[in-house]
Design a protein around this ligand. Structure first.
Ligand SMILES: Cc1cc2nc3c(=O)[nH]c(=O)nc-3n(C[C@H](O)[C@H](O)[C@H](O)COP(=O)(O)O)c2cc1C
Length: 179
């Protein structure tokens, strides 16, 4: 599968089989995540892989839209003290989002299913997830990615809409074949 096919194939998968995801695949996902671009290359991302069924249950309990029954969760978190304060405090969400998207695309390329469940910027949810994962204060959970072998199929797609694109100045139509 080429890179563009992987991008279109990535969909939010919310139903999972009981088959456990092998450690080697989890590591491959983390490798892909850590290949993401990062402001000043500070790499503020931290990852908490959750495999323990009791801890997964506790996560499900606190996540209003993350109650899917997945055997593995990876929380992508930002460390606010990962380097120059002004950079890490302002860019960590972008860096961690880039890492998350890499992870999701890698999951679909490896035949896994995954869904990004948002945590930041919801303060109460951040607090609840931080407590379950025993995060130190300087580490903030951006999300919890639930993953496993998929038990549902979704078609590959783009949601391309030229009406959302301007040429040179906002509101000027982008037409196919402009150049
Ligand atoms: C920041 C963010 C937060 C999200 N939070 C949730 C969530 O809590 N629960 C969930 O089921 N899906 C969540 N999603 C997945 C979106 O619902 C999904 O990406 C969107 O419906 C498009 O579908 P697709 O991923 O299949 O392309 C989230 C996605 C993003 C980017």
């Amino acid at each position: 599968m080429n890179a563009l096919e992987c991008i279109y194939k990535r969909r939010s998968i919310r139903k999972f089989s009981d088959a456990p995801v092998e450690d080697a695949l989890v590591e491959e996902l983390l490798r892909a995540a850590m290949a993401a671009p990062s402001a000043m290359n500070l790499k503020p991302w931290r990852f908490v892989v959750v495999r323990d069924s009791e801890r997964l249950e506790r996560l499900r309990k606190v996540m209003p839209f993350g109650k899917m029954d997945a055997g593995t969760a990876i929380s992508v978190c930002g460390d606010l003290r990962s380097g120059r304060r002004i950079v890490s405090e302002n860019f960590w969400q972008q860096d961690c989002s880039a890492a998350t998207e890499n992870l999701l695309i890698a999951a679909s390329a490896l035949g896994l299913g995954a869904v990004w469940c948002g945590v930041t910027p919801l303060a109460r949810l951040q607090k609840a997830v931080s407590a379950v994962l025993e995060l130190p204060e300087r580490v903030i959970p951006l999300n919890v990615v639930l993953l496993g072998y998929p038990a549902e199929e979704k078609p590959a797609r783009t949601q391309y809409d030229p009406a959302l694109v301007s040429l040179d100045s906002f509101g000027t139509r982008w037409e196919k074949g402009n150049s």
